[in-house]
Design a protein around this ligand. Structure first.
Ligand code: NDP
Length: 305
């Protein structure tokens, strides 16, 4: 009999989190006559960025967060973005500011992210928040990593004492994830492009988290029987590039949209071998939005203290 893993549904867990955030906001409105406010700076016409920003706006509307999107031309200068951030930093009705990445080449992204007040930095990318995460102090934690830990906790998957292999070491996902796992007393191995024998590290893991943007990177023989797999990757595969298996599995997507989204894990082959796996789509993606909303509420609560 083929064993099928339990799917960790980020869609379901994120809906619970959104309900909790919505209830707290309703309470805040009743008691203090205030609602959290989120401002998103969107530069240029990148279609993926536009979709992400639209999803963030939708999430805000669902839970009762006031949201504003500041759309700037892709010829914008670093100084013009800094001027916009300065205004938002000084507004009492805006508690969270985020700049949708990537920014155009002429913009100094580091300077832009540094300009956001750390207490309004709901993406958690400011060095002050990163430093506090290292020091285990209360801070705004990047949404994707905190969403991953939250989904594991809500599935009653213990991290303490577990071997976790993190594939990918980006500032946005891999590094903060590693710190959160360490803070939960897991033993963490971090892999990247220079890792000599990736398979050796993934095979040894009780929990594998993959965030590389490389489709099919994690194959069946790289995963221990009964492991937990969290797939962060988002890869758009067009009909022309799809394998016959993918064409069949995602037939509806290809017929309707000519493309489908997959993660970094060879899902169909890995799933029967593991105990839990997060799907793409419907896994980490919705968790990221839910945790961003939670961060905005946290920033508003801190501002009201
Ligand atoms: P980055 O490109 O910043 O980082 C990718 C990481 O993967 C790097 O550390 C890179 O190593 C490593 N890597 C690449 N190829 C290999 C390989 N063959 N073996 C081992 N490591 C490798 O991407 P992000 O962290 O921003 O995003 C990763 C993926 O997650 C993307 O698909 C992105 O779309 C998705 N994502 C999904 C989110 C969600 O909400 N679901 C949120 C954020 C990202 P090196 O730096 O050494 O080259």
């Amino acid at each position: 009999m083929i064993k099928i893993a339990k799917l960790i549904s980020g869609s379901k867990i994120s809906a619970q989190i959104k309900d909790e955030v919505q209830a707290e906001i309703a309470q805040m409105k009743k008691e203090k006559n205030k609602v959290p406010g989120l401002a998103v700076i969107l530069v240029g016409e990148n279609p993926a960025s536009k979709v992400y920003v639209a999803n963030k706006e939708k999430g805000c509307n669902q839970v009762g967060i006031h949201s504003e999107t500041i759309h700037m031309e892709d010829t914008v200068s670093t100084e013009e973005i800094l001027a916009e951030i300065d205004k938002l930093n000084n507004r009492d009705d805006i508690h969270g500011i985020l700049v949708q990445l990537p920014l155009p080449k002429q913009v100094d992204s580091g300077k832009v992210l540094m300009a956001i007040k750390p207490e309004k930095d709901v993406d958690g990318f400011h060095p002050v928040n990163m430093g506090k995460l290292v020091a285990q102090q209360d801070c705004l934690v990047p949404a994707t990593p905190s969403g991953i830990v939250e989904m594991l906790k809500r599935e009653n998957i213990t991290l303490k004492g577990k071997n976790v292999t993190m594939v990918g070491h980006s500032e946005i996902v891999g590094k903060p994830c590693t710190l959160l796992f360490l803070n939960e007393w897991a033993t963490v191995t971090i892999c990247h492009i220079e890792t000599k024998d990736l398979k050796m590290h993934t095979q040894n893991a009780d929990i594998i988290v993959v965030a590389t943007g490389v489709p099919y990177l994690i194959k069946e023989d790289m995963v221990k029987q009964g492991a937990v797999v969290i797939d962060v990757g988002i890869n758009r595969i067009t009909k022309e590039d799809a394998s016959p298996e993918l064409l069949e599995w995602r037939k509806q997507d290809f017929e309707k949209k000519g493309a489908t989204l997959i993660g970094d894990v060879d899902f169909q082959k890995v799933e029967p071998k593991v105990s839990h796996i997060s799907p793409v789509p419907g896994g980490v993606g919705p968790m990221t939005i839910a945790m961003l909303l939670k961060n905005t509420l946290k920033a508003a609560k801190t501002a009201a203290e």
